[in-house]
Write a protein that binds this ligand. Sequence first.
Ligand SMILES: NC(=O)c1ccc[n+]([C@@H]2O[C@H](COP(=O)([O-])OP(=O)(O)OC[C@H]3O[C@@H](n4cnc5c(N)ncnc54)[C@H](O)[C@@H]3O)[C@@H](O)[C@H]2O)c1
Ligand SMILES: [Zn+2]
Ligand SMILES: [Zn+2]
Length: 391
Amino acid sequence: MPPNITNRGGNSVSATGTHRLRVREAKRVAQNVTRHRSRPGTRAILPGVKALVKAKAAPGLWLQEVPDPTAGPGEVLIRVLRTGICGTDLHIESWNEWAQATIQPPLVVGHEFVGEVVQLGEGVASVYPGEIVGAEGHIVCGRCRNCLAGRRALCANTVGIGVQRDGAFAELIVMPAINLWPHLTKIDLDVAAIFDPFGNAVHTATQFRVVAEDVLVTGAGPIGIMAAMVARHNGARFVVITDVSEYRLELARKVGVTRAVDVRTTTLAQVQEELGMKEGFDVGFEMSGQASALRDMIATMAHGGRVAMLGLPDHEFPIDWSQVVFKMLTVKGVYGRQIFETWYQMSVFTQTGLDISPVITHRFPYHQFEEAFIVAHSGRCGKVVLDWTAA
Ligand SMILES: NC(=O)c1ccc[n+]([C@@H]2O[C@H](COP(=O)([O-])OP(=O)(O)OC[C@H]3O[C@@H](n4cnc5c(N)ncnc54)[C@H](O)[C@@H]3O)[C@@H](O)[C@H]2O)c1
Ligand SMILES: [Zn+2]
Ligand SMILES: [Zn+2]
């Protein structure tokens, strides 16, 4: 069994009518095709469009044939080239409490991808066939106050691909054209595949000015490491990152943080002294979802410090609010990405020399998904990428 994966809490959004229809259609097809569970190292020989499907309410994923999608009005058919495996996919695969409360099988999973435009639905003129595109995986309602005001990232009724509707771990996906991000300059496909979590990092790391500031990042998962890289790129002085995994800390050292600290053996106070820091940290990015990490952060922030929280705790926990008050801290929750300002910033950071590729530590052809998921579950990895063009 994979190691215990944290539960994200059940903020499930009810499926739309269209989604229910799709689910019913997929169910019908799923009953007619032979269920095929691929074994590590073997190639699944299946006709039609292949996809990784949560086919039933149980642990596992199944490589299956799914209905050939076509682009309706306002939609675009995309050939998926690369996908990234995310913590959410691990929850769905292992079928934890959150997944059981949220996912309605059968569902094609996955939301981090890059692909090539194949077919335009009626009325689409924003992209062209052959164009390399990424996609914002949150499909917004378009009718709530925030949507109507253009604040799409704040829509409370989002439907997520690979969670509430069919996702990207497939040879083909259909997306609304307004969700697509055309990669205007030539970009490494593996890097483009992880623009979704890179976007989480950029969204967090751009909440507050970091020029000449001392930044603390708690949690050296792929997103924490990318956020640390963004802070460096944008002119921070010290960037200190913490974790409890030596593998992850080593990965952080490779990308050039000031200090990668194992909080099991070293305190942040020691590090601050070593660095000659007279004040606390100016800016904090919480990227672990762990109570002790947030508490360490609050304890070591400077007066007037600013904390952006992306890490998702799996339960409620107390913090010392008097420190928040006395230090006049700002604590800001961060979710998803700005649509599409964060995407623009990612492209610009990449163009100006920020290379996040060292965060990608493993690559597998899609039919070796079981090995890929084992590696991703192990935590001895950065981002794990699946190649959907591999033979
Ligand atoms: N808000 C959002 O929109 C959003 C989107 C994606 C991910 N997330 C959350 O962001 C966080 C980071 O994502 P990720 O993919 O990098 O996750 P991850 O699980 O790979 O990384 C979390 C890291 O925190 C480390 N950690 C555990 N205990 C710690 C402690 N006490 N101090 C410091 N580090 C500790 C773990 O060893 C791990 O390396 C996760 O909590 C994830 O659920 C939020
Ligand atoms: Zn993700
Ligand atoms: Zn909305």
